[in-house]
Write a protein that binds this ligand. Structure first.
Ligand code: PRP
Ligand code: URA
Length: 212
């Protein structure tokens, strides 16, 4: 895979540790959900490092100072249904006041192309930094389509957070959307014939919600 300036592979030992248990077929639904939340929290620290801030006056026990805080109403997170929902609490752990939009997409089982079924976004999202959440970046079709939908609705500064990615998905995203910062915790080897990520963790939505 080529190097892309907008792609950030985090590959942190604390994340590797948690991804090991996410991959484990014996990990139950509760632990799987908790691990997705924890990895999303760790990723938030990195992906939000240029979050908009504003200066306010704070009185310490010794001095009155100007201190930066996160700017109100400046960030929206947009989970891609269903599996992206699993990452929302992880972002809320560090960023409890983020606005939340929802985009519903599922992959057609034969073509693997995304099919849209829902979109509800916060008012004024076009003025916010918008962070799309989806634990799996496989062909990249779903994330790329979600970001196209956001751009059509006026979003200008967009990021993507995915826990596991295949090289095919990273390449598609980086080439479709070179203006979007892409944060991936773990880059896997390849896609199988059904466009699942190998070694991967299986179907993230089913493992989060216990549907299979
Ligand atoms: C999964 C996953 C991504 C998508 C990734 O969703 O959560 O949204 O596949 O694949 P892609 O990069 O090839 O588009 P799925 O379509 O299985 O829907 P679900 O989350 O409702 O199970
Ligand atoms: N969606 C998933 O949930 N897992 C994959 O490996 C690919 C797409």
């Amino acid at each position: 895979m080529k190097d892309y300036p907008n792609v950030h592979i985090l590959d942190h030992p604390l994340i590797r540790h948690k991804v090991a248990y996410l991959r484990d077929v014996n990990t139950d639904t509760k632990l799987f959900r908790d691990l997705i939340t924890e990895v999303a929290t760790l990723m938030t620290y990195e992906a939000f490092k240029d979050v908009p801030t504003e200066s306010i006056k704070i009185q310490t026990p010794f001095e009155l100072i100007d201190q930066d805080i996160v700017k109100n109403d400046s960030v929206a997170i947009v989970p891609i249904l269903r599996a992206g929902l699993g990452m929302v609490d992880g972002v809320f752990n560090l960023f409890p006041l983020a606005k939340v939009g929802h985009i519903g997409l599922y992959r057609n089982e034969e073509t693997h192309e995304p099919v849209e079924y829902y979109c509800k976004l916060p008012q004024n999202i076009e003025n916010m930094v918008t962070v799309v959440l989806d634990p799996m970046l496989a062909t990249g079709g779903s994330a790329s389509e979600a970001i196209t939908m956001l751009k059509k609705r006026g979003c200008k500064k967009i990021k993507l957070m995915s826990i596991i990615a295949a090289p095919e998905g990273v390449t598609r995203m980086a080439e479709d959307h070179p203006d979007v910062e892409i944060y991936v915790s773990t880059l896997d080897r390849e896609l199988n014939e059904n466009c699942y990520i190998l070694p991967g963790l299986g179907d993230a939505g089913d493992r989060i919600f216990g549907t299979k």
